[in-house]
Design a protein around this ligand. Structure first.
Ligand code: NOJ
Length: 769
């Protein structure tokens, strides 16, 4: 079987002597019905055949036990060769009737080839195909038989290489994905990726064998050694932000409405082609509670989200994050997705109570630290920058019980946790976000009370909590600045959430002032102290102060900072990190005085933008042009900081699995608006982080909606992850660094040719008509 072809090419330009002898013998033995005829090479042909390979390419799948027999006069290799090939009944079978896993056969074969064919020419062997099929219908994503097969075959190749000195230089697993399998059609699946042939877009889901193979490749074999620590890429130092004078009322940033609000609908939706600056940070995000699961694994302490979800009825299907995407046990799967997407950064958060189960250093849980070390090393090994959020809402329950964010003691406790994180991970983490969306913590956690710790105290507690969060952030910033910046050279900021507020009528000053107030109450509440002068915006101070006075309070419900505190707080962020999802139409109202509430302190009302598509979350419409205005507003208001969009994404219903064209439309439109802000308006946009890596526990919406670029099958114990259409789309945006005009032309040509063949109603720029 092998020598028939290998002998002429690798040995002497002619068939093996044994083959020729057998054929000759049969001529004599079977004069009436010669079973085989062997043509003869001329000497010139032999010369031209010999040596026509630069390597020995070997496809190998199985072995046979061979015994001597008399094949008689029947045509065929076995009978002409006078041998009998059988299988050992103890060998396991596969979906193929001829493939039996016999890994040790490979080692012997490699040795045979090496001696027989490569002794003189010293060419290397490339294993060009090795794999096994499973049944079409019973193939599961947990393909343990394939994993066993792969592990042991690769191991035999390793033995041949290391122990026997055979020169094996490549190993090729058959195959990338399930496909058309010659005579078997689709009845056998060889793939390391499962292909859903029932769905038009043929979604591909990595099987467990894909993750195993990725690990073997990463280790370059089977390494029992602990992975080495990786060194992070150097990050250029950013310029320190200067403190700024306080904002006027309305802020000077109102120029943004003056500039943009008169845009026609057409201008507003005009598509812009171009690219982001070189080195633009394209990322994707997640957060610990939303994806990790393992809620009490390896000594992790409970967080307030564990307690809340396990004891409440308010989340759809009583969902919780006990298992979620199981990222705690599926790190390889997460890294696999990130690598395939080719993102430059991954924004994830640390679970405080996984590291410190009771919230403080004395309870340190090394296993939790190990998990994050593995994640960080895994990212850096593939040049993906870790962007680490230290605290994304999941406060350790133990701290909640004793201190809570309304107590100033939390500032030092948080600082010590941050200090530990800087010291432990800071040699590799160069981008820190102290707190995610403090406005959500203050308002949803302590005002509305719909998120843990479910305190319903809308008039006071949000302000007190925010006050402590700002101080806690500033303290952590100084700890980094004083103790770590010089040796670690990273940057540190806070992720603030901001909707865009568009005045209902831009020609009425009062409405513009109301929109500006909306920006200040949500974003300026935190950004003003940190990026301007260490103090709250006047808009907040006036509103809350005046209302408090009328309500009969001796002092404002908005706490105030001392001069010392202001100096400590101002300038405590190296870059501006903003999470953005939607836009609201804002108009002035005079709100009620009672009960006291942050919400009534605003004196404005919000409406949805009429002309925009809805999403799976009722108050989050797709209003892409709001992002451009928001970025311009930040530039004007905060002195042209470097801006990272640290979250932007859209929810689709859980039933939307792979074909998420709504999300593709969202990203196309929103990223284009960020591009306009960068290219047309000169806003310093340095990075964009799509939310989120995969469908996950979506807080109060449970698993009813998904933000993921990867679908997660929550009914499958593997929590299998499948790229959605949006993942492919985002991959291309990253590859092109935006929307270059030439890529557009290619799309146009493709679209033209497909339009000739279909009646699809898609405009050439990809938008639906
Ligand atoms: C903001 C939060 O930071 C994030 O965790 C969440 O997934 C998104 N909003 C979407 O709701």
């Amino acid at each position: 079987m092998l020598g028939w072809f290998a002998h002429p090419i690798f040995v002497n330009g002619d068939y093996p002597a044994i083959l020729k002898d057998q054929v000759e013998q049969k001529k004599t033995a079977c004069p009436d019905s010669v079973p085989a005829k062997l043509p003869v090479f001329t000497p010139t042909e032999s010369q031209r055949i010999l040596g026509t390979a630069d390597f020995f390419g070997l496809n190998h799948y199985t072995s046979r036990l061979v015994s001597n027999s008399n094949g008689g006069c029947t045509p065929g290799p076995d009978s002409v060769g006078d041998f009998n090939a059988t299988v050992d009944p103890t060998w396991s079978s596969t979906a193929s009737d001829w493939i039996y896993p016999v890994p040790w056969g490979l080692r012997r074969l490699l040795n045979y080839i090496s001696t027989e064919y490569l002794n003189v020419n010293k060419l290397p062997i490339y294993i060009t195909g090795n794999g096994m099929p499973t049944d079409y219908s019973v193939d599961s994503l947990t393909d343990t038989s394939r994993m066993d097969y792969m592990r042991s075959y690769i191991n035999e190749a390793l033995k041949a290489t290391l122990t026997d000195g055979v020169n094996v230089q490549r190993f090729t697993v058959q195959s990338l994905m399930d496909g058309f399998e010659a005579n078997q059609g689709y009845s056998q699946r060889f793939g390391l990726h499962y292909v859903n042939f029932e769905v038009g877009s043929r979604p591909r889901t990595p099987k467990q064998s894909a993750y195993l193979y990725a690990e073997i490749i990463e280790q370059n074999g089977f390494s029992s050694q602990k992975s080495k620590k990786f060194k992070a890429a150097e990050r250029p130092l950013t310029r320190r932000l200067a403190a700024l004078p306080p904002s006027e009322v309305p802020s000077q940033a109102k120029v943004v409405w003056e500039k943009f609000s008169s845009q026609s609908n057409f201008d507003r939706k005009m598509y812009h082609y171009g690219t982001f600056p070189e080195g633009f940070s394209w990322g994707i995000s997640s957060s610990a509670y939303q994806i990790e699961g393992g809620w009490n694994a390896d000594g992790k302490g409970p967080s307030i989200w564990d307690t809340f979800t396990q004891t409440t009825d308010t989340i759809p299907d009583k969902a919780n994050g006990n298992v979620a995407c199981e990222s705690y046990n599926r790190l390889n799967e997460d890294l696999y997705m990130l690598r395939a997407l080719r993102v430059k950064s991954y924004r994830f958060s640390l679970s405080w109570s996984r590291i410190f189960p009771d919230g403080t250093r004395k309870s340190l849980n090394q296993k939790g630290v190990d998990y994050y070390n593995r994640l960080i090393d895994g990212l850096i090994a593939y040049n993906i920058e870790p962007i680490v959020t230290i605290y994304h809402w999941d406060l350790p329950e133990a701290l909640q019980k004793v201190y809570d964010w309304d107590k100033a003691e939390m500032i030092d406790i948080f600082n010590d946790y941050c200090d530990f994180c800087f010291a432990t991970f800071g040699d590799r983490v160069k981008f820190w976000i102290t707190i995610n969306q403090p406005q959500t913590i203050g308002w949803s956690g302590y005002g509305l009370g719909n998120m843990p710790p479910n305190v319903k105290d809308p008039g006071y507690r949000p302000y007190i909590v925010a006050h402590n969060l700002i101080k806690a952030h500033a303290k952590a910033y100084h700890t980094y600045d004083d103790k770590y910046r010089q040796s670690q050279g990273g940057l540190i900021s806070i992720a603030l959430n901001a909707d865009w507020a568009e005045p209902k009528d831009v020609s009425i000053r009062r409405e513009v002032v109301a929109a500006d107030r909306a920006m200040q109450f949500q974003l300026g509440w935190f950004a003003h102290p940190i990026f301007k002068n260490g103090d709250y915006p006047d808009a907040l101070k006036w509103q809350v102060g005046n209302k408090s006075e009328i309500q009969g309070f001796p002092q404002s419900r908005l706490p105030s900072f001392t001069e010392e505190e202001k100096n400590f707080i101002k300038g405590t962020a190296d870059v501006f990190c903003v999470n953005h999802y939607t836009t609201k139409i804002v108009s002035h109202i005079t709100a009620r005085l009672s009960p006291e509430s942050y919400e009534y302190d605003w004196d404005f009302k919000e409406e949805e933008e009429n002309d925009s598509p809805t999403t799976a979350i009722p108050n989050q419409k797709v209003v892409a042009w709001g992002l451009r205005r928001l970025l311009n507003w930040i530039k004007e208001e905060y002195g042209d900081p470097e801006i990272y969009i640290t979250e932007n994404g859209v929810a689709t219903e859980a039933q939307t699995t792979w074909d998420d064209s709504d999300r593709v439309f969202f990203y196309k439109a929103y990223i284009d608006e960020a591009l306009k802000a960068y290219e047309l308006d000169g806003v310093t946009v340095k990075g964009y982080i799509a939310t989120s890596l995969m469908d996950s526990f979506e807080w109060l919406n449970g698993y009813k909606v998904g933000f993921g670029l990867h679908h997660v099958d929550f009914s499958n114990p593997n929590r299998s992850r499948t790229p959605k259409y949006s993942a492919h789309f985002y991959y291309n945006i990253i590859k092109d660094n935006g929307f270059p005009f030439f890529a557009h032309l290619e799309t146009e040509i493709l679209a033209r040719s497909s339009l000739q063949n279909s009646s699809s109603s898609v405009r050439l720029d990809g938008q639906r008509l």
